[in-house]
Ligand binder design. Structure first.
Ligand code: ATP
Length: 346
């Protein structure tokens, strides 16, 4: 298992006005699954290409197990990069595609055949050796591409939006397969995605990048419940935002005085609360009253919009067993522990 350290990594493309990646320091444990998450163009793919050795950084260093790999060519880094548009060679069979890298390495025929068979078995493609890529479904060809990458026994697996071309069921199957292989093979894995749900499902920790800069790195649950900024909070679904003036544990807001319990300096504050953390009123503290303006039945949940005063609304996600209609008055509780203060800059 390989420990990866990115040290103040910067990549500026020629003629680009600003660096694609800027001073990125990230410590990835041996065998860890790290997701890089961020909007389109924030530098995620660039980071993977730098690690794989397909690009050279402008500044900074990349270490595998305490040694810089900058002087090492891509093919010696043992880091495989899999893109969403994996290109299998169309004129080769599945078996020949998977064995291609081993042949390039000069392995013998029997070794190649044995390793290819074992790998195809692991990705549930046993018996597909002689098929051509055009005879595979999308999910099967993605699994063949995975087998082609993993048969080389890399120490680092880099996945760039690997499942985004597949429908929801296939995506789930492939994610489960990758998780299983990653654990069994002890691969340090970095997956790039702009899909926060995918990041949450696949990763031990998630690093959020905006404009080439690291914003926050944390386990998924922490990122969701304790985002460092409003930008990060919004990346994980839209929270309610309530602005106010904090003094001690009390924040004066348009909804009245709310008690909060997470530390934050006194003064102007933006509090976030997720729709599912708002409860139908069951206490005296942090209870507010409004009028339901929308109610959508979602099967498992009921999504409500609550209007309070003239210009404040709250999104509320509640149990679908409640029958709550537009026009109805509703009291809700905003639990102090669910009110999370954020900075508004990013
Ligand atoms: P996406 O989610 O859309 O794939 P990304 O987060 O992976 O985006 P990158 O592909 O790493 O982003 O690109 C980061 C920035 O660098 C973008 O502004 C992009 O336009 C720029 N960029 C990428 N490749 C090059 C290149 N070869 N030359 C110049 N600029 C580039």
């Amino acid at each position: 298992m390989t420990h990866i350290l990115l040290r103040a990594l910067t990549k500026r493309y020629p003629a680009a006005p600003s660096p694609a990646v800027c001073g990125l320091t990230l410590d990835i444990d041996a065998g860890e699954r790290m997701a890089l998450l961020g909007p389109s163009g924030c530098g995620k793919t660039t980071v993977l290409k730098l690690i794989a050795g397909l690009l050279e950084p402008t500044h900074g260093d990349i270490e595998f197990d305490g040694h810089s790999v900058l002087a090492m060519p891509a093919e010696r880094r043992d880091a495989v990069l899999m893109f969403q548009n994996h290109l299998l060679f169309p004129h080769l069979s599945v078996g020949e595609n998977v064995g291609f890298g081993l042949r390039m390495r000069g392995e013998s025929g029997p070794v190649i055949r044995a390793r290819v068979a074992e790998m195809l078995n692991q990705v549930q493609l046993a018996g597909f050796e002689t098929r051509r890529p055009r005879e595979l479904s999308g999910g099967q060809s993605q699994r063949a591409a995975l087998a082609r990458a993993l048969v080389l026994q890399p120490r680092v697996l880099l996945l760039d939006e690997p499942f985004s071309n597949l429908d929801a069921h296939l995506r789930d199957d492939l994610r489960a397969l990758v998780l299983d292989l990653q654990r069994r093979l002890g691969l340090t894995t970095i997956v790039v995605t702009h899909d926060q749900q995918e990041a949450v499902m696949l990763a031990d920790r998630v690093a959020v990048l905006f404009d080439g800069q690291l914003q926050q790195v944390a386990p998924p649950r922490e990122l969701y419940t304790r985002p460092a900024s409003l930008g990060i909070a919004r990346f994980f679904g839209n929270p309610n935002v309530i602005r106010g003036l904090k003094r001690g544990a009390v924040v004066e807001t348009a909804l009245g005085a709310l008690r909060m319990c997470h530390p934050s300096p006194d003064g102007a504050v933006a509090l976030t609360i997720r729709p599912e953390r708002i409860r139908l009123a069951d206490g005296v503290e942090n209870t507010v009253c409004g009028e339901v303006t929308h109610s959508a039945y979602l099967g498992t949940h009921l999504r409500l919009t609550l209007r309070l005063g003239t210009d404040t609304t709250l999104d509320v996600l509640t149990d679908s067993t409640h029958d709550i209609r537009p026009g109805q008055a509703l009291r809700v509780t905003l639990p102090a522990e669910a009110l999370w203060p954020v900075i508004e800059s990013a």
